[in-house]
Design a protein around this ligand. Structure first.
Ligand SMILES: Cc1cc2nc3c(=O)[nH]c(=O)nc-3n(C[C@H](O)[C@H](O)[C@H](O)COP(=O)(O)OP(=O)(O)OC[C@H]3O[C@@H](n4cnc5c(N)ncnc54)[C@H](O)[C@@H]3O)c2cc1C
Length: 386
């Protein structure tokens, strides 16, 4: 922080708008790249209250592939490749756990049609050079005794892992505070040439980072015309949280993803003894948990891991994924003082390492870290749907 005025307005070198996983990891990466922590501010009226609070947290560049989303694959792989380094650096700044787990992921099919789907998907993944292997059910059940004996197929993905997004964001917040980054509880209304107007003050910055997920579409001032060029839409997802009762062995020890009559479901065991079951994907008007969604998730999860029914139910919660028309994020620099980093849709936890690394480098005027594989950032240009 360099200047302050009586009205509470401050000048910072870097202002990050939004304290979800994208904003928090961008701020962390700024300091990692050499920014003075006391010159960085993160502004959010309710940190970690958006999609990042609800998400599954799977770091799954392989299991997440979907036909016709090929441009997304290199982004997911490149981000996964950056994650270990980011986690290690984070561990140097906070003692809080991120819930990172590195067991392989199993993907299972419930009926014959699901097994066929799994086979086709595996061929598609192999075609893109990804590591996936078929596993006889008997062998899979030796590793995961809780899997139903009725399953029709299992594949193992060694490189798909997980963090616990709530724990990870809490660790990022703690690290930022420990380093001396300011966290301001204000809502940003507009950004214009480095001036950030909030509901409490107008701050100024040499560089502003618009990282507030779906809320980015409501922030005015930085574009010409009436409508935001960011075409963000909420894609809702219901998520359940369960607890393994004391004395009971957890029914799963790794992420189990399944297709049940063509519906996707996943079961994520956490380091804190809870289990997440998710997630629906819907664009209807129900803002809270949908009855059919909760019912179907539980039924499908129990079908592939029957022991789920012995767990305690903690919560059902709904999050809004910040979707874009082509499922790619908006990531790039606009003019001299603004970096846009939003629209991470279904993969923001995984893609946060890439978003933070690229966003912070763009804002610091540094070359973008060598990405493996190489990424054509033009595909993420923030104004491509204007
Ligand atoms: C059910 C579900 C499951 C998911 N599972 C996974 C998964 O397993 N793996 C994965 O990679 N991704 C997953 N995702 C996607 C992932 O959660 C999102 O892509 C990611 O959280 C987006 O992060 P964000 O920081 O951009 O936005 P958010 O987490 O939504 O954060 C935005 C922040 O901005 C703040 N904000 C909003 N407006 C303003 C304003 N005007 N001024 C200041 N602050 C503001 C909000 O308070 C909020 O804290 C899932 C999403 C859902 C809903």
């Amino acid at each position: 922080m360099t200047n302050s005025s009586p009205g509470g307005s401050q000048h910072y070198a870097h202002i990050v708008v939004g304290a979800g996983i994208i904003g928090l990891s961008t701020a962390f990466k700024l300091v990692d790249l050499g920014a003075d922590p006391s010159s960085v501010a993160v502004i959010d009226p309710a940190p970690v209250s958006g999609a990042s609070f609800v998400a599954g947290g799977m770091l799954a560049p392989v299991a997440e592939v979907q036909y016709k989303q090929e441009p997304l694959y290199p982004l997911m792989v490149a981000s996964k490749n950056l994650y270990d380094d980011l986690l290690q650096r984070l561990g140097e700044k906070t003692s809080l756990s991120t819930g990172h787990r590195t067991e392989s992921t199993f993907v299972v099919g419930a009926d014959r049609a699901d097994a066929r789907h799994l086979t086709e998907l595996t061929e598609h993944q192999h075609g893109h050079g990804m590591e996936v292997q078929r596993l006889p059910l008997r062998q899979a059940r030796k590793a995961e005794w809780g899997l139903s004996p009725q399953l029709s197929g299992v594949v193992e993905i060694p490189g798909d892992h997980q963090v616990n997004p709530r724990m990870y964001c809490a660790a990022l917040l703690d690290a930022l505070r420990n380093m001396g980054v300011a966290i301001l509880g204000e809502r940003v209304d507009s950004i214009e040439d480095g001036a950030v107007a909030t509901d409490a003050a107008t701050h100024t910055a040499d560089m502003v980072y618009l990282c507030n997920g779906l809320g980015a579409g409501q922030v005015k001032g930085w574009y010409e015309g009436e409508k935001s060029p960011l075409k963000l839409r909420p894609v809702r997802g219901d998520m359940l949280r369960l607890r393994v009762p004391e004395g009971m062995e957890p029914p799963v020890g790794r992420v189990i993803r399944g297709f049940v009559e063509d519906r996707p479901v996943y079961i994520i065991p956490r380091t804190d003894g809870t289990i997440a079951v998710g997630a629906t994907s819907r664009e209807d008007a129900r803002r809270g948990p949908a009855v059919d969604g909760v019912y179907t998730l539980l039924r499908d999860a129990i079908r592939i891991v029957p022991g789920i029914q012995e767990c305690e139910f903690i919560e059902a919660i709904t999050g809004e994924r910040p979707g874009t028309p082509d499922d790619l994020p908006y990531l790039g620099k606009i003019g001299e003082k603004l970096v846009i980093s939003t629209g991470y849709f279904r993969h923001g936890i995984l893609l946060s390492a890439l978003g933070a690394t690229v966003g912070a480098a763009l804002g610091m005027g540094q070359p973008v870290h060598t990405l493996e594989p190489e990424i054509d950032l033009a595909s993420c240009a923030p104004l491509r749907h204007a």
